[in-house]
Design a protein around this ligand. Structure first.
Ligand SMILES: C[S@@+](CC[C@H](N)C(=O)[O-])C[C@H]1O[C@@H](n2cnc3c(N)ncnc32)[C@H](O)[C@@H]1O
Length: 406
């Protein structure tokens, strides 16, 4: 989500003070220091400035700006590789000194690796996010060879209004994000098991890894299933499955307004406009008790570093625990809960299985059955990923829970 309050950025150009609306998808504040750069700026110079915290407002050719971003990415990778090598050497030295081998102990290594990777990604995003473009009111760029970005940016960031917003400054990375999302939205994500496509919007969890769909198709519906909720609906995928399986009254919720707009569009495309949508924290208000409540919460207990990450990262498992705490109050008699959850957090040692089972027990929920599937997405096959061992072991489950019998 964009920063709720309008922010402005200013800089000197040709001895004139300029200002523009500041947009940042990562909720970074306006840059304090801006330098004008163009086709003559070398990648090494740009990299040094960006690492020192200077933001770079691009005035050259649009394609050259993209090339520069790639060159910055390569420099960051080289620095990361050198840092990793230094760490490995240090660990090897420590190993030699130590009688036991604490640094190869997986229980220490894996969570450290995860947190290190998050830090590296955040640092990378900060540096790359310092290459900026100025766009006019309709997100039109005056740069040479700039493509038409207007529709993609309006869809992602909304219309700019007001005379004061005669132009805006944002990172080229955010613009590339908007252009990529526009392509997904146009072509859709095919869900073969359902024989349909889902059209994700910018900033909404795109079900590109959707092996859990088979679990939702396999699980037997409760005997009576007139009312079902989909909590955290995203693109609306799970609500669509429930409606397609014949549930008459499906209510889908999400906190993210972009998700609601996206789900609404997907329901309309599929002629399922009877699915109700509510922008609420977890459970719908003024709704009849549900025979079935499904939820696919963000699966990693870590702090999201930008609003775009809210679908994946859930600080302290707050959404998951809130869901388990409140869900019984919204179920009808003989109602069921289908919780979709990857165990990646367990392989990364961010949460234990005992903790999860403990939360079920604390909220008086019994496991009726569990269906499992192995992810097949690209990252689970990528052995160059430092977290490959954890990803390869990942299992996604549908936990069917019911309230304990008194
Ligand atoms: C992993 S995504 C799942 C999206 C979709 N159900 C699916 O399976 O493709 C998690 C979703 O939960 C939403 N969410 C996170 N916290 C929430 C909350 N407290 N209340 C409602 N929705 C929430 C996020 O915006 C996101 O759309």
């Amino acid at each position: 989500m964009l920063t709720p309050e309008k922010q402005y950025v200013q800089w000197y150009e040709n001895q004139t003070l300029r200002h523009a609306r500041w947009l940042s998808e990562s909720n970074h504040g306006p840059p304090a220091r801006i330098m004008i750069v163009d086709d003559k700026t070398t990648a090494d110079e740009a990299y040094r400035l960006a690492c020192e915290g200077t933001s770079l407002l691009w005035r050259g050719d649009f394609y050259n700006a993209q090339q520069l971003l790639q060159a910055l990415g390569r420099r960051i990778e080289r620095t990361e590789e050198r840092a990793a090598l230094r760490k490995t050497k240090k660990a090897a030295k420590a190993n030699k000194r130590a009688t036991s081998e604490p640094s190869t102990d997986a229980t220490v290594l894996i969570p450290n690796l995860f947190h290190q990777q998050r830090q590296t990604q955040a640092q990378r995003a900060r540096i790359l996010g310092r290459l900026l473009l100025e766009l006019d009111t309709d997100y039109v760029s005056q740069l040479r060879r700039a493509p038409d970005m207007s529709a993609a940016c309006i869809a992602a960031f909304g219309q700019l209004e007001g005379a004061a917003d005669h132009s805006c400054v944002l990172s080229l990375r955010d613009i590339q994000g908007a252009l990529g999302a526009a392509q997904w939205r146009a072509k859709g994500v095919p869900i073969d098991t359902l024989g349909l496509s889902i059209y994700p919007h910018y900033g909404v969890f795109a079900p590109t890894r959707h092996e859990y769909v088979s679990l939702l198709l396999k699980a037997p519906l409760p005997k009576t299933c007139d009312v079902a909720y989909d909590i955290g609906t995203g693109t609306g995928l799970l609500a669509i499955i429930l409606a397609k399986r014949g549930v008459k009254n499906v209510i889908a919720t999400d906190l993210n307004p972009r998700a609601l707009a996206c789900a609404d569009e997907n329901f309309t495309r599929l002629g399922l406009s009877s699915i109700a949508l509510q922008q609420v924290d977890l459970f719908p208000a003024d709704a009849p008790p549900a025979n079935l409540i499904v939820c696919n919460p963000p699966w990693l207990p870590a702090k999201p570093s930008s609003p775009l990450e809210y679908a994946v990262y859930d600080a302290n498992s707050a959404m998951l625990r809130g869901f388990l705490q409140g869900v019984r109050d919204h179920l009808s008699e003989h109602g069921e809960i289908w919780l979709i959850l990857s165990d990646l957090a367990e392989h990364l040692q961010l949460r234990t299985r005992e903790e999860l089972l403990g939360w079920f027990a604390a909220h008086e929920l019994t496991v009726k059955y569990r269906l499992d599937t192995k992810p097949t997405h690209g990252r689970s096959q990528d052995d160059s990923d430092p977290l490959y061992a954890a990803r390869r072991a990942e299992v996604t489950s549908l936990w069917c829970l019911t309230p304990n019998k008194c």
